[in-house]
Design a protein around this ligand. Sequence first.
Ligand code: DX5
Ligand code: ZN
Length: 221
Amino acid sequence: MVKIAPSILAADFAELKSQIQLVEAAGADWIHLDIMDGHFVPNITIGPPVIKSLRKHTKLPFDTHLMIANPDAYLEIFRQAGADHLTVHYEACTHLHRTVERVHELGMKAGVSINPATPVSLLKEILPFVDLILIMSVNPGFGGQSFIQASVEKIRRTAEMIKETKPDVFLEVDGGVDDRTAEAIVRAGATVLVAGNYIFGNENVAASIATLRQKSQNNHS
Ligand code: DX5
Ligand code: ZN
């Protein structure tokens, strides 16, 4: 079954505890945490202390997406704060294999993400070592952007690589996921949908999760 990972970037930051509990009750599978540093991306969001405060208020895995420069310096801090999955950007890691191994040593699932302009083929050598690939379908930095249609083909090719190399790797898609784009994304082979604005920007959070669930069930092969 396709997993739904609401991104709290679009939630009310003054109400994070209740917003997380709301999506948990509505059947979300993971909580997606967008960490931005103002260097790797032109925006700043939250860091380890916020994750630590939220950790005790939900049982859901914290799917932590690091959009930061020099992630190696912070892997342990995120583990201590309560991250379960740690996804780093291909573009931010000079020694990606070392980074992924360190994430595993610390006891987390390791993810690698690529930006829209980064080719899928660059994932080939790291794929056997990861638990998750995150395809960015917008340029990272902001919620509420439009889905880049060319991502569908990238998802399809990544799904093929995963099937051939390591079929249990999660294929997560992030950016512009909503009721109009979810079907094509899942049909292309995505197994995890991240959604920020579509879920938290909707008055009925539970209904939007249910819609994503239904769109993905119809199309998951
Ligand atoms: C963008 C973040 C996303 C973002 C998605 O840089 O990585 O997780 O929250 O937001 P929506 O779903 O609104 O495009
Ligand atoms: Zn994200």
